[in-house]
Structure formats: structure tokens, C-alpha cells
Design a protein around this ligand. Structure first.
Ligand code: BMA
Length: 323
């Protein structure tokens, strides 16, 4: 993701002992922000023009899942289109999609690439590019079903495009590890490598059932900073929290460090209550050139929130609290 110097920001509250903290006006996007929506959550934003653009997961009142473009001057107040994105043909003539959800957006070279969970005989990774967030060109799905959480790196590594993903099943998958795949052309994906698996329950239970990549990894001197979600199965259902890992810059399937404690777990009313309680699901971040980062996350499958941190402090935390 390209850098933006003015990102949403709020200083850490004096009484906060954690490395990341929530925006005091969370949630920033209400579930009914557009007329058709039942919920707006797991969504992605990027710097665009003199402000920001985004792709939003809006489930409608029939609870059909689709993705919508949106624009913002400040990254906090968003105008989301009232109609879902309509795709034109990209590198394929086949544009099949029973549903679309959980988008990510990566600016690579000259355009914005959107990846999402695409309904094609079950969930897999859909791909499209846009230059302007008005016209979108849908490309071949990256993988066979079933797969979710496809997240592109913002640049080629060793001459190839790279994507994280999480092979899954057709339902509420009871497993999930993060893999990496390479492509010469954004169409054919291979050289699949395992990056990161779930943890033993006794080591770090919040991430013992499944893990999945969050937003586009952020390049730092210490490695690719990748936020991710981790899931535990509790007596009353699944609980989704956020952690972070540092991946090797040249060989990103190599995990250098990875959080044992979470960075953010459901604790506020909008994270604990909603259509799916107890979910923090990061899908994007904005970072500045002065060490600030704002992570955008879906809360309780209902609304969107932001959490802030200083990149250097997050890196130190990941290194000092690594599994
Ligand atoms: C996952 C996906 C996400 C959702 C999460 C919690 O399997 O469906 O979109 O946020 O479950 O319900």
C-alpha cells in the first residue's frame, strides 16, 4: 500500500496500557449506512487522490453479500455507493460470482487490485483491478474452491506477484492456516508454500482454531508486518481476535516473529454484540511516514472500526512477545 501522510489518527489514551488502541468514535461506519444494508463490515481502504477510496462488504436485507465502492476525504467519514460494484471483463470472459465478501485492496505498480471471497461453486479468491474505483475489471479466480482471505503483497517479490490465502471448506471451516502463492502475471498462481499455522491450545489459545491474513502487509525494515485474525472455539461460538507477524522481506513464507498474546480482542459492545458476536476481523491499514498506523477491522460482522498504533511499537511488541 502506498503511504499517505495524513491518516486518521488519535493519540493513545493516558489510561491505555496496550500497544494498540481503538478510535474513540468507533464504529466509524454504521450498519445502515446505505439504504439497502443490513451490515457493513470486513472492508478495505487505500489512499486515493487527495483522500481515500475503499471497497466495502455490505450485506443487504436479504443478507446477500456484495462489495461496494466508497470514497472519503479523511478516512473516517465515508460515502459508500448505493449500488454494488458491477464488473467488466479483465483477463477473462468468465465473470461468475454467486456472492462476494471480505474484500482487500492493494495498490500495485499502476492500479488497485481487489481480492475477495468469491462464490464460485463455493468460496474461492476473486480478483479484479481498477484505476478509479468506478470501472472494475474482473479477472480469473486465483485458486480452486475452497479458499478465503486472499491478500496481495503491495509489490513483486523476487520478480513475482505474491498472495496470502487460507484454504478452507465450503462452510464455517473448522481449520485454517495461511499459505503463500506466487504468480508471474496475476492469472496463474503456483509455488504454494505454507506460511503460518494455528497454535497449540496451551501456547496461545486465541489462535488455536484458525488464522487468516488481514490487510495488505506493510513493508518495514524488520520484515513484512502482517496483521492477521486468529480464532478460538469457545462454549458459545467462535471468537476472532487480531495479532501480527513479521515475515521475511525476501522470502515471505518465512515467519520471523509472531504474536503470542493478541493485539486486539473483542471487548467493546460493538465488537461483542452484533450479527456475529465477538469478532474483530482486520482487512486493511493506512500508515503514515511518521510511524503511525490505522488498522480497519470488521466488528461483530456488523460495523467497521479503527485501531491505532505506532509501527515501531507494534514491531517491538511482536518481537518481544513472539511464539
Ligand atoms: C468468516 C467469514 C468472515 C466473518 C467471520 C466471522 O468465516 O465469513 O466474513 O467475519 O467468519 O463470522
Amino acid at each position: 500500500m502506498s503511504k499517505s501522510s495524513v491518516i486518521p489518527w488519535e493519540d493513545k489514551p493516558a489510561d491505555c496500557n496496550d500497544v494498540m488502541w481503538r478510535y474513540s468514535n468507533n464504529p466509524i461506519i454504521d450498519r445502515y449506512a446505505i439504504p439497502s444494508s443490513n451490515s457493513i463490515f470486513n472492508s478495505a481502504v487505500v489512499p486515493f487522490g487527495d483522500g481515500f477510496a475503499g471497497v466495502f462488504r455490505c450485506d443487504n436485507k436479504a443478507v446477500q453479500m456484495n462489495i461496494f465502492a466508497g470514497f472519503s476525504k479523511d478516512g473516517i467519514n465515508w460515502d459508500i455507493e448505493h449500488e454494488p460494484i458491477v464488473m467488466e471483463a479483465g483477463n477473462t470472459t468468465m465473470i461468475e460470482s454467486d456472492y462476494k465478501y471480505d474484500p482487500r485492496v492493494a495498490f500495485i505498480e499502476d492500479r488497485y487490485w481487489i481480492t475477495w471471497c468469491n462464490g464460485y461453486h463455493g468460496p474461492t479468491i476473486g480478483m479484479a483491478y481498477t484505476f478509479d474505483f468506478k470501472t472494475f475489471h474482473q479477472c480469473e479466480n486465483a485458486f480452486l474452491p475452497f479458499n478465503r482471505n486472499g491478500v496481495l503483497f503491495p509489490e513483486k517479490i523476487n520478480g513475482k506477484y505474491c498472495m496470502l490465502s487460507r484454504p478452507s471448506d465450503n462452510g464455517h471451516t473448522p481449520f485454517g492456516d495461511i499459505y503463500l502463492s506466487y504468480s508471474p502475471d496475476m492469472k496463474y498462481w503456483g509455488e504454494h508454500r505454507c506460511v503460518m499455522k494455528t497454535t497449540p491450545f496451551e501456547d496461545s489459545a486465541w489462535q488455536c482454531l484458525k488464522v487468516g491474513a488481514g490487510g495488505v502487509p506493510v513493508k518495514t525494515d524488520e520484515g513484512w508486518l502482517m496483521f492477521y485474525h486468529g480464532v478460538i472455539k469457545t462454549c458459545s461460538g467462535l471468537r476472532y481476535s487480531m495479532g501480527a507477524a513479521l515475515l521475511d522481506l525476501e522470502q515471505p513464507d518465512k515467519v520471523l516473529y509472531r504474536t503470542q498474546p493478541y493485539l486486539l480482542a473483542p471487548a467493546t459492545s460493538y465488537e461483542q454484540n452484533g450479527d456475529v458476536p465477538n469478532v474483530i476481523f482486520p482487512c486493511a491499514s493506512l500508515h503514515s511516514d511518521d510511524d503511525k498506523i490505522a488498522v480497519y477491522y470488521g466488528a461483530a460482522d456488523t460495523v467497521v472500526g479503527i485501531a491505532f498504533g505506532h509501527i515501531s511499537e507494534i514491531i517491538a511488541f511482536v518481537k518481544n512477545n513472539s511464539l
